[in-house]
Design a protein around this ligand. Structure first.
Ligand SMILES: Cc1cc2nc3c(=O)[nH]c(=O)nc-3n(C[C@H](O)[C@H](O)[C@H](O)COP(=O)(O)OP(=O)(O)OC[C@H]3O[C@@H](n4cnc5c(N)ncnc54)[C@H](O)[C@@H]3O)c2cc1C
Length: 415
């Protein structure tokens, strides 16, 4: 392996994962080019709920999902929806997702995600501080709210895992919920309060600030749509776009688009997208003080610079279909129910693509077919809380050094 200083690396995709990778590779001494077809932080890293949440390790693969699936998909007014025309194309992914909805799998996945999320701040805070993005991060904790004791009891496995692993969780009642967030409708009987969670005031601006820092430190940021990666006979990689560029290694961090971009070499990696939505109520950002998520309603609300952002939903409909207005309507209607003082119409609406694996674990590691390519995608619901530690791991893998955490659970070859 050539010394970092002589190694040219391209990072494809400037979301939170790609930017963090670029910064840690740069710190390690590599010559780094970051390539995105759009502005940095304009994919899933733009429109998320903004929680920087070390506790978000319990996967969506709940053991209760197989039992509730039909109701969730057909009930209407639910945070989960599926486009039936697209469903046959993701049948294998869905079957695999359901196979991971067992108690044993939830425990295994939670421990693996916890190993990643619990180390994220250690690697995120230095990047935020050095770039100046720390001014866009706030504390205050995270409230995970339940509308009935039955809802709370139904999630016994998940709650047990939070209590076992989170380290900062308090179980609070309706009185304490109202003390912390007086503008919430009095519909919640219980909450888990994760006291050390943070949130982003603007996830996109954090990404943009980090990308500017990368450039100021001598990194190259290119705006180009990558159309292919090919290995030359001399072992170098040819990255095609509006022009062809040659690199020693490539980090593939194009989020949900990674498979489309480099299909052949990662054909066995079952990357899909869970589409997510947000609505923003401008100027009402101060209606709550921290991220509040409703386990019952299935989405989160975060006070941001632009206003109150209500973000969530899982829509299984692939990368090409236009946004579904019913998802925005669900968020708007339910946010008004949970926060009756929301008066104005939404000031903006968004839909984007979570990169999701059926076992809710990201893919981090070298491609076995083309080892010069490092795969770093699939962070599904928790990329804003695990992207920076992923960047640090990518730099270790690129340098042939040992990773700060065990990456076996995230192996591209686990499927
Ligand atoms: C509604 C919603 C709410 C969420 N809430 C949270 C939350 O509260 N906390 C949390 O931790 N996580 C949350 N997430 C998840 C988080 O946003 C994602 O896991 C994370 O942003 C993924 O980052 P990424 O860098 O892998 O992908 P992205 O941010 O999608 O970046 C991929 C980049 O690749 C670029 N790209 C793609 N194809 C090409 C190409 N051919 N050539 C060049 N560039 C290309 C894209 O332009 C894009 O910029 C949420 C997600 C959604 C959708």
């Amino acid at each position: 392996m050539p010394a970092p200083g002589k190694t040219k690396i391209a990072v494809i995709g400037a979301g939170i994962v790609g930017i963090s990778s670029a910064l840690y590779l740069q710190r390690a001494g590599f010559e780094v080019t970051l390539i995105d077809r759009n502005e940095p932080g304009s994919g899933a890293s733009f429109g998320n709920a903004g929680a920087l949440a070390p506790h978000a390790f319990v996967p969506v693969n709940s053991p209760s999902i197989p039992r509730r699936l039909l109701k969730l998909m057909f009930a209407g007014g639910s945070p989960l929806s599926i486009n039936w025309a697209y469903a046959p194309r993701m049948l294998q992914w869905l079957m695999s997702f359901l196979r991971h909805c067992t108690q044993d799998e939830v425990v295994r996945i939670s421990h693996a995600l916890h190993s990643l999320l619990s180390r994220n701040l250690e690697f995120a805070l230095p990047l935020f501080k050095d770039s100046g993005a720390d001014r866009l991060i706030r504390g205050g904790g995270y409230l995970h709210l339940y509308e009935s004791d039955a809802d709370y009891r139904a999630l016994g496995t998940e709650i047990g895992l939070y209590k076992e692993l989170a380290g900062d969780v308090e179980e609070i009642d309706a009185v304490e919920i109202r003390r912390l967030e007086p503008n919430l409708a009095p519909v919640f009987s219980k909450a888990l309060y994760f006291t050390s969670a943070l949130h982003y005031l603007s996830p996109a601006e954090v990404c943009a600030t980090m990308a500017r820092h990368f450039c100021a430190q001598g990194g190259t940021l290119l705006r180009d749509e990558v159309t292919g990666i090919d290995k030359r006979p001399d072992g170098k990689l040819l990255v095609s776009g509006t022009e062809a560029r040659v690199f020693d290694q490539v980090v593939l961090s194009a989020g949900a688009h990674s498979r489309r971009l480099f299909g052949k070499a990662i054909a066995h990696v079952p990357l899909e997208t869970e589409r997510g939505y947000h609505v923003v109520f401008g100027k009402q950002g101060d209606i709550i003080s921290r991220t509040c998520s409703s386990a019952t309603a299935g989405f989160a609300m975060t006070p941001m610079t632009e206003g109150l952002r209500c973000a969530g939903m899982v829509e299984l409909a692939g990368l090409d279909k236009p946004p579904n207005p019913a998802c925005h309507a669900y968020l708007e209607r339910t946010a008004r129910r949970l926060l009756p003082d929301l008066t104005a119409s939404p000031s903006s609406k968004w839909m984007g693509f979570r990169p999701s694996m059926p076992d809710a674990l990201p893919v981090i590691g070298r491609s076995s077919r083309t080892p010069e390519i490092i795969l770093a995608f699939g962070h599904q619901h928790v990329g804003m809380s695990s992207g920076c530690v992923t960047g640090r791991i990518v730099a270790a893998v690129a340098a042939g050094e040992s990773s700060p955490i065990d990456i076996k659970p995230f192996s591209p070859d686990r499927f």
